[in-house]
Design a protein around this ligand. Structure first.
Ligand code: FBP
Length: 322
């Protein structure tokens, strides 16, 4: 990518956040998701690129827009070919309930740079930067990973705090962590923010563990490619239909453990805008007098640049029906 497209793409996450931000706490999952999708799609259409959605709202027959394989952008001659992984609203339920850590998020790479992950679960493990390569791995036990991380941090295993999605499937994992004396921060949703939280000492989160969406795994890996840290993912298949989804995107090794660069390689750009307040970004704030504040971040792997953008606009963007 010769041109830094980051600022173009952060406009797309900002548009999605502004639109879905109108629906925070209103209990309507469908409306909030639709508002985010429509706004992101419209903004992507204004970017001069030949874009292909490789991770999106679902397969073509199940998603009306931003489906896997959809072509987006102005597509003028000579425009760069870009693969896009997106989630216009990461945390639909959170937003509908007015909870924390909902994000509009996307990652881009040159053609072939992002794993075309099927819509299945993924086992994930992530830690922040500053540790020897391979400090943690999905191939190791929970106890070995926590012990290795504690050794690298120069603390006791009991001083480690893990972030885990609050789901019944994680009961055994949580019990193992608590048996080691670890703190367990349970999040209701939003594991992209949970993974990225490991890179920010202010969050107090040392390690992310557990099963979440595979598409969200690719998005989180793209962010870690830019800011540093370690991540591994392994797809989880619950039935034959999910295996068929993997086959359709060319995945044959169903046991494979994916490294950070297997998931997001080359010159990756990651952009996100907060919808509700969270550990990564503040949410959309509509102020008296018609001012609207947004908080975004855009990062690029090749330069290591991280730009924090505090947006302040007067007046609403055009209303998109939801
Ligand atoms: P949505 O944006 O689709 O609501 O996803 C939120 C999320 O919590 C992700 O962050 C996470 O990866 C996934 O759902 C976990 O799935 P499940 O809710 O089925 O456990």
């Amino acid at each position: 990518m010769d041109r830094n497209l980051g600022m173009d793409f952060v406009r797309a996450t900002e548009a999605a956040a502004l639109s879905s931000g109108r629906w925070v706490g209103k209990g309507d999952r469908h409306a909030v998701d639709q508002a985010a999708c429509e706004a992101m799609r419209r903004t992507l259409g204004d970017i001069d690129m030949k874009g292909v959605v490789v991770i999106g709202e679902g397969e073509r027959d199940e998603a009306p827009m931003l489906y896997i394989g959809e072509r987006v952008g102005k597509c003028s001659p000579g425009a760069p070919k870009i693969d896009i992984a997106l989630d216009p609203l990461e945390g639909t339920t959170i937003t509908a309930k007015g909870g924390p850590n909902a994000l509009a998020v996307l990652a881009i790479a040159e053609q072939g740079g992002l794993l075309n992950a099927p819509d299945t679960y993924m086992d994930k493990i992530a830690i922040g930067p500053g540790h020897a390569p391979g400090t943690v791995s999905l191939a190791a036990s929970v106890a070995d990973n926590v012990t290795a991380l504690a050794r690298s941090k120069g603390c006791a295993p009991a001083a480690i705090t893990a972030c885990v999605l609050d789901r019944p499937r994680h009961a055994e994992l949580i019990a193992q962590l608590r048996a080691l004396g670890c703190g367990v921060m349970l999040i209701p949703d939003g594991d992209v923010a949970g993974v990225i939280a490991t890179t920010n000492p202010d969050t107090g989160i040392d390690i992310y563990l557990g099963q979440g969406g595979a598409p969200e795994g690719v998005l989180a890996a793209a962010a870690l490619r830019c800011v540093g840290g370690q991540f591994e993912g392994r797809l989880v298949f619950r039935n034959e239909d999910e295996k068929a989804r993997a086959a359709r995107v060319g995945i044959t090794d169903l046991e494979r453990i994916y490294s950070l660069t297997d998931l997001a390689k080359g010159d990756v750009i990651f952009a996100a805008t907060g919808v509700t307040d969270g550990s990564l970004l503040g949410g959309v704030k509509r102020r008296p007098g018609g001012r609207i504040e947004t908080h975004s971040v855009v990062m690029r792997a090749s330069s290591g640049t991280v730009r924090w953008i505090h947006g302040d606009r007067l007046g609403e963007p055009p209303l998109i029906a939801a």
